[in-house]
Design a protein around this ligand. Structure first.
Ligand code: SF4
Length: 214
Protein backbone atom coordinates (compact mmCIF):
# COMPACT_ATOMS: atom_id res chain seq x y z
CA UNK A 1 0.00 0.00 0.00
CA UNK A 2 1.28 3.47 -0.93
CA UNK A 3 1.10 6.47 1.37
CA UNK A 4 1.67 10.19 0.72
CA UNK A 5 4.08 11.39 3.39
CA UNK A 6 5.23 14.89 4.17
CA UNK A 7 7.78 13.95 6.86
CA UNK A 8 8.69 11.47 9.61
CA UNK A 9 10.69 12.82 12.53
CA UNK A 10 11.49 12.24 16.19
CA UNK A 11 10.92 15.05 18.68
CA UNK A 12 9.00 15.98 21.83
CA UNK A 13 5.23 16.18 21.76
CA UNK A 14 4.65 19.92 21.79
CA UNK A 15 0.91 20.03 22.43
CA UNK A 16 -1.85 18.63 24.58
CA UNK A 17 -1.98 16.03 27.34
CA UNK A 18 1.24 14.31 26.27
CA UNK A 19 3.23 17.54 26.11
CA UNK A 20 6.98 17.04 26.56
CA UNK A 21 6.89 13.30 25.79
CA UNK A 22 9.33 11.85 23.22
CA UNK A 23 7.32 10.94 20.13
CA UNK A 24 7.79 9.90 16.50
CA UNK A 25 5.69 12.07 14.19
CA UNK A 26 4.28 10.72 10.93
CA UNK A 27 2.98 13.67 8.93
CA UNK A 28 0.63 12.61 6.13
CA UNK A 29 0.32 14.91 3.15
CA UNK A 30 -2.93 16.59 2.11
CA UNK A 31 -5.72 18.54 3.78
CA UNK A 32 -9.18 19.62 2.68
CA UNK A 33 -9.28 22.66 5.01
CA UNK A 34 -7.38 25.96 4.73
CA UNK A 35 -7.01 27.47 8.21
CA UNK A 36 -5.83 31.09 8.06
CA UNK A 37 -3.02 30.46 10.57
CA UNK A 38 -2.01 26.95 9.39
CA UNK A 39 1.60 26.29 10.41
CA UNK A 40 2.08 23.26 8.17
CA UNK A 41 0.98 24.43 4.72
CA UNK A 42 3.87 22.41 3.27
CA UNK A 43 1.77 19.34 4.23
CA UNK A 44 -1.46 20.80 2.84
CA UNK A 45 -0.64 21.75 -0.75
CA UNK A 46 2.27 21.85 -3.18
CA UNK A 47 4.59 19.05 -4.20
CA UNK A 48 6.74 18.64 -1.11
CA UNK A 49 5.81 15.03 -0.35
CA UNK A 50 6.95 11.47 -1.01
CA UNK A 51 4.84 8.55 -2.14
CA UNK A 52 6.18 5.59 -0.17
CA UNK A 53 5.37 1.96 0.49
CA UNK A 54 3.67 2.02 3.89
CA UNK A 55 6.04 -0.65 5.27
CA UNK A 56 8.96 1.71 4.62
CA UNK A 57 7.26 4.28 6.84
CA UNK A 58 6.66 1.69 9.57
CA UNK A 59 10.32 0.61 9.47
CA UNK A 60 11.40 4.25 9.70
CA UNK A 61 9.15 4.82 12.76
CA UNK A 62 10.40 1.63 14.46
CA UNK A 63 14.03 2.67 13.96
CA UNK A 64 13.53 5.37 16.63
CA UNK A 65 12.54 2.76 19.26
CA UNK A 66 9.98 5.13 20.76
CA UNK A 67 6.73 4.15 22.48
CA UNK A 68 4.65 7.07 21.16
CA UNK A 69 3.64 7.65 17.56
CA UNK A 70 1.71 10.74 16.47
CA UNK A 71 -0.13 10.49 13.15
CA UNK A 72 -0.63 14.05 11.98
CA UNK A 73 -0.96 16.14 8.85
CA UNK A 74 -2.37 17.76 6.88
CA UNK A 75 -5.51 15.78 7.62
CA UNK A 76 -4.62 12.09 8.18
CA UNK A 77 -8.22 10.91 7.76
CA UNK A 78 -8.05 11.88 4.07
CA UNK A 79 -5.80 8.80 3.75
CA UNK A 80 -8.15 6.70 5.82
CA UNK A 81 -7.01 3.24 4.76
CA UNK A 82 -3.36 4.14 5.39
CA UNK A 83 -4.12 5.74 8.76
CA UNK A 84 -5.99 2.59 9.80
CA UNK A 85 -3.17 0.32 8.63
CA UNK A 86 -0.52 2.31 10.53
CA UNK A 87 -2.64 2.45 13.68
CA UNK A 88 -3.37 -1.30 13.66
CA UNK A 89 0.32 -2.10 13.19
CA UNK A 90 1.50 0.24 15.94
CA UNK A 91 -1.11 -0.93 18.46
CA UNK A 92 -0.14 -4.54 17.69
CA UNK A 93 3.42 -3.80 18.81
CA UNK A 94 2.39 -1.86 21.93
CA UNK A 95 2.87 1.68 20.70
CA UNK A 96 0.61 4.47 21.88
CA UNK A 97 -0.94 6.15 18.85
CA UNK A 98 -2.05 9.79 18.81
CA UNK A 99 -4.22 10.88 15.89
CA UNK A 100 -4.28 14.63 15.23
CA UNK A 101 -7.36 15.51 13.21
CA UNK A 102 -9.21 18.71 12.33
CA UNK A 103 -12.66 17.64 13.59
CA UNK A 104 -14.72 17.62 10.39
CA UNK A 105 -14.20 13.88 9.79
CA UNK A 106 -15.32 11.02 12.06
CA UNK A 107 -12.40 8.92 13.33
CA UNK A 108 -12.83 5.18 12.65
CA UNK A 109 -13.74 2.68 15.40
CA UNK A 110 -10.11 1.69 16.04
CA UNK A 111 -9.62 5.03 17.77
CA UNK A 112 -11.88 3.80 20.60
CA UNK A 113 -8.94 1.57 21.57
CA UNK A 114 -7.49 2.72 24.93
CA UNK A 115 -3.99 2.65 23.39
CA UNK A 116 -5.00 5.57 21.19
CA UNK A 117 -5.58 9.25 21.82
CA UNK A 118 -7.65 11.31 19.41
CA UNK A 119 -6.56 14.93 19.41
CA UNK A 120 -9.41 16.71 17.66
CA UNK A 121 -9.60 20.41 16.84
CA UNK A 122 -12.65 22.54 17.35
CA UNK A 123 -11.92 25.30 14.86
CA UNK A 124 -12.43 28.85 16.15
CA UNK A 125 -13.62 31.78 13.96
CA UNK A 126 -10.13 33.21 13.27
CA UNK A 127 -9.26 30.01 11.40
CA UNK A 128 -11.97 30.77 8.84
CA UNK A 129 -12.93 27.08 9.12
CA UNK A 130 -15.17 27.03 12.20
CA UNK A 131 -18.21 26.23 10.04
CA UNK A 132 -16.51 22.88 9.25
CA UNK A 133 -16.33 21.61 12.87
CA UNK A 134 -18.79 18.82 13.62
CA UNK A 135 -19.99 18.92 17.22
CA UNK A 136 -21.10 15.28 17.04
CA UNK A 137 -17.51 14.18 16.47
CA UNK A 138 -16.38 16.12 19.54
CA UNK A 139 -19.17 14.81 21.76
CA UNK A 140 -18.32 11.20 20.88
CA UNK A 141 -14.72 11.47 22.09
CA UNK A 142 -13.71 9.58 25.27
CA UNK A 143 -11.89 10.71 28.41
CA UNK A 144 -8.59 9.41 26.91
CA UNK A 145 -8.98 11.92 24.03
CA UNK A 146 -8.55 15.67 23.76
CA UNK A 147 -10.30 18.60 22.11
CA UNK A 148 -8.04 21.45 21.08
CA UNK A 149 -9.18 25.06 20.63
CA UNK A 150 -6.49 27.17 18.95
CA UNK A 151 -7.19 30.72 20.06
CA UNK A 152 -5.98 33.84 18.24
CA UNK A 153 -8.07 36.65 19.79
CA UNK A 154 -10.92 37.59 22.15
CA UNK A 155 -13.53 36.54 19.64
CA UNK A 156 -12.02 33.03 19.51
CA UNK A 157 -11.93 32.87 23.32
CA UNK A 158 -15.61 33.84 23.62
CA UNK A 159 -16.48 31.24 20.97
CA UNK A 160 -14.48 28.49 22.71
CA UNK A 161 -15.93 29.36 26.13
CA UNK A 162 -19.49 29.17 24.74
CA UNK A 163 -18.89 25.73 23.18
CA UNK A 164 -17.33 24.42 26.41
CA UNK A 165 -20.16 25.75 28.60
CA UNK A 166 -22.95 24.55 26.32
CA UNK A 167 -21.71 20.99 25.94
CA UNK A 168 -20.74 18.13 28.18
CA UNK A 169 -17.54 16.71 26.70
CA UNK A 170 -15.80 13.58 28.01
CA UNK A 171 -12.48 14.48 26.39
CA UNK A 172 -9.85 16.72 27.97
CA UNK A 173 -10.13 20.28 26.71
CA UNK A 174 -7.07 22.28 25.69
CA UNK A 175 -6.95 26.03 25.05
CA UNK A 176 -3.82 26.81 23.05
CA UNK A 177 -2.76 30.23 21.73
CA UNK A 178 -1.92 30.66 18.07
CA UNK A 179 1.87 30.87 17.96
CA UNK A 180 2.93 34.46 18.62
CA UNK A 181 -0.23 35.45 20.54
CA UNK A 182 -0.51 35.87 24.31
CA UNK A 183 -0.96 32.77 26.47
CA UNK A 184 -1.27 34.91 29.62
CA UNK A 185 -4.45 36.58 28.36
CA UNK A 186 -6.04 33.18 27.80
CA UNK A 187 -4.78 31.92 31.18
CA UNK A 188 -6.19 34.96 33.02
CA UNK A 189 -9.54 34.67 31.25
CA UNK A 190 -9.79 30.93 32.05
CA UNK A 191 -9.12 31.63 35.74
CA UNK A 192 -11.61 34.51 35.81
CA UNK A 193 -14.29 32.40 34.11
CA UNK A 194 -13.45 29.28 36.17
CA UNK A 195 -13.34 27.11 33.06
CA UNK A 196 -12.28 23.49 33.51
CA UNK A 197 -9.82 23.44 30.65
CA UNK A 198 -6.06 23.15 30.31
CA UNK A 199 -4.16 26.16 28.97
CA UNK A 200 -1.04 24.95 27.18
CA UNK A 201 1.58 26.48 24.88
CA UNK A 202 3.10 24.83 21.81
CA UNK A 203 6.19 23.65 23.67
CA UNK A 204 8.21 22.72 20.55
CA UNK A 205 7.82 26.26 19.17
CA UNK A 206 8.84 27.83 22.47
CA UNK A 207 11.99 25.66 22.38
CA UNK A 208 12.92 25.67 18.69
CA UNK A 209 10.75 28.35 17.02
CA UNK A 210 8.34 27.89 14.12
CA UNK A 211 10.43 25.54 11.98
CA UNK A 212 9.72 22.32 10.12
CA UNK A 213 10.66 18.91 11.49
CA UNK A 214 10.61 19.48 15.27
S1 SF4 B 1 -6.69 21.47 9.32
FE1 SF4 B 1 -4.58 21.56 10.09
S2 SF4 B 1 -3.31 21.07 8.31
FE2 SF4 B 1 -5.35 21.55 7.52
S3 SF4 B 1 -5.23 23.73 7.00
FE3 SF4 B 1 -6.04 23.59 9.10
S4 SF4 B 1 -4.24 23.74 10.46
FE4 SF4 B 1 -3.50 23.28 8.35
Amino acid sequence: MKIKISEVFYSLQGEGIQIGTPTVFVRLFGCDLRCSWCDSMYAVEGRDFSVLEINQVIDNVLSYQCGNVCITGGEPLLQLEQTLFLTEKFIEIDKKVILETAGHRKPPEIFKNPETIVSMDCKCPSSGMNFKSDLQNLIQLKSKDQIKFVIADDNDYVFAKKIVKQNSFNAEIIFQPVYGSSISEIANAVIKDKLRVRVLPQLHKDIWGDIKGV
